[in-house]
Design a protein around this ligand. Structure first.
Ligand code: FAD
Ligand code: EPU
Length: 341
């Protein structure tokens, strides 16, 4: 195991922000993870797990041992005529795994195609898109506990999954490294095409003829038509969560703004479109201090040449202040911010 000191992180985050990690190493085996944990104990440096850096904002240097999670491998745990259970190591690329699972004839994850990042980060914010969340397919999450250095397994029902939320953002925040996840996938396709953009995409097609691979292709095309590719335009996806409010609060807002998209949630609450509110406030496409609101999607902030995350956070604050004064809604930043003073 080689530990790098003062490692520059610009190439390890999709916003391409400049900051340094006090210490940095790649983890490709369980033994390396144990050795890194012991080293962090000796040095009294906290551990910070990193995947592909597609959901972090670096606002300053990080006083931690950053572990770039590169554990690889997919194993079949169980199989019957209807389902398979798979163990997937944390460092696998999420999209490549989804593509592979469909090639094997395992269905369920097609709506989550093209989400950047690693398998290990997926449970952290319960990745979701186009009407599906990973929680629906997760059985277990395997972790290394950072206070004890001991491996532990959490059952899915212990993970407190919610919209862009889990125990890994709450009680277990900064307390575990996720090493692998177990998923149950279906052998028979059951395409989920209720999300408005998918309804539009498949308009006129007989539902029974839509295959899981068709949904995967549709999601890839829809995403490519509106979300900037981080390899070309540095970004971290949605910068804010969609606000969730009571039905009466949603009604009151829709009376004033009939075009505001409101999505009823299974628990009776209502999700509002943050993108719509940000666009309404006139921010879409605006650029300031080397950072900008993307021209095709108002929820995505892009780094257009800034070195530090401070300009992005200033922009986010200005947008949130406008939305608060216009709609009385407090937007919450979605990616994890590090190094802010
Ligand atoms: P990182 O950014 O490296 O880490 C994110 C957080 O998870 C950090 O706090 C980190 O410490 C923690 N973490 C990472 N790995 C581990 C681990 N092994 N153990 C413990 N903690 C860990 N998200 C969605 O849900 N839906 C979308 O549709 C979506 N679209 C996106 C589109 C674009 C263009 C971009 C850039 C991002 C998008 N995202 C989306 C956000 C992002 O893809 C997900 O949050 C993804 O899971 C992040 O993976 P990562 O490996 O890059 O995590
Ligand atoms: N809209 C606007 N202006 C815009 C963009 C969108 O008004 O610039 C409105 C439109 O009415 C559109 C609606 O917002 O129909 C919803 O847009 P979209 O389908 O793009 O979804 P979103 O709510 O903006 C969420 C997730 C995305 C995820 C998509 C698809 C959050 C914070 N974001 O975006 O996740 O891919 O749904 O399910 O929940 C991410 O987390 O990084 C991310 C990209």
């Amino acid at each position: 195991m080689h530990i790098h000191r003062n490692e520059p992180l610009a190439l390890f985050n999709t916003l391409r922000l400049n900051a340094k990690a006090a210490a940095f190493t790649a983890i490709t085996s369980a033994q390396q993870l144990q050795a890194a944990w012991r080293w962090s104990q000796e040095q009294a440096l906290p551990i910070l797990p990193l995947g592909e850096g597609s959901n972090i904002v670096l606002a300053g240097d990080v006083e931690a041992l950053m572990l770039k999670m590169e554990l690889q491998g997919v194993h079949l745990l169980k199989s019957n005529d209807h389902q398979v259970e798979l163990r997937v190591q944390a460092g696998e690329n999420w999209h490549a795994f989804v593509d592979w699972s469909l090639q094997q004839g395992y269905c369920g994850l097609e709506n989550l195609a093209l989400i950047p990042g690693t398998v290990g980060a997926a449970p952290v914010q319960n990745i979701g898109a186009y009407g599906v969340e990973i929680a629906e397919y997760l059985r277990r999450v395997h972790v290394l506990e950072l206070h004890s250095g001991v491996a532990r397994t959490l059952q899915a029902h212990e993970c407190a999954f919610g919209y862009r939320d889990s125990i890994f953002k709450a009680e277990l925040r900064d307390r575990v490294v996720i090493t692998a996840i177990d998923l149950v996938l279906n052998r028979h396709a059951c395409p989920r095409v209720e999300y408005p953009a998918l309804v539009e995409y498949f308009a006129g097609q007989e539902a029974g003829r839509i295959r899981a691979r068709d949904v995967f292709d549709a999601v890839v095309r829809i995403r490519q038509s509106k979300l900037p590719d981080p390899a070309v335009t540095p970004n971290a996806g949605s910068f804010f969560k969609n606000p969730v409010v009571s039905p009466s609060a949603a009604d009151a807002l829709q009376q004033q703004h009939p075009a505001l998209p409101v999505y009823a949630q299974p628990d009776g609450s209502c999700k509002l479109s943050a993108a719509w509110m940000i666009e309404f406030c006139g921010w879409k496409g605006r650029q300031t201090d080397g950072v900008a609101v993307h021209k095709d999607h108002a929820l995505v902030l892009v780094n257009a040449g800034s070195d530090s995350g401070k300009a992005l956070l200033d922009l986010a604050q200005a947008i949130a202040a406008d939305v608060a004064s216009q709609f009385d809604i407090a937007l919450q930043i979605e990616p994890r911010v590090y190094g802010a003073r």
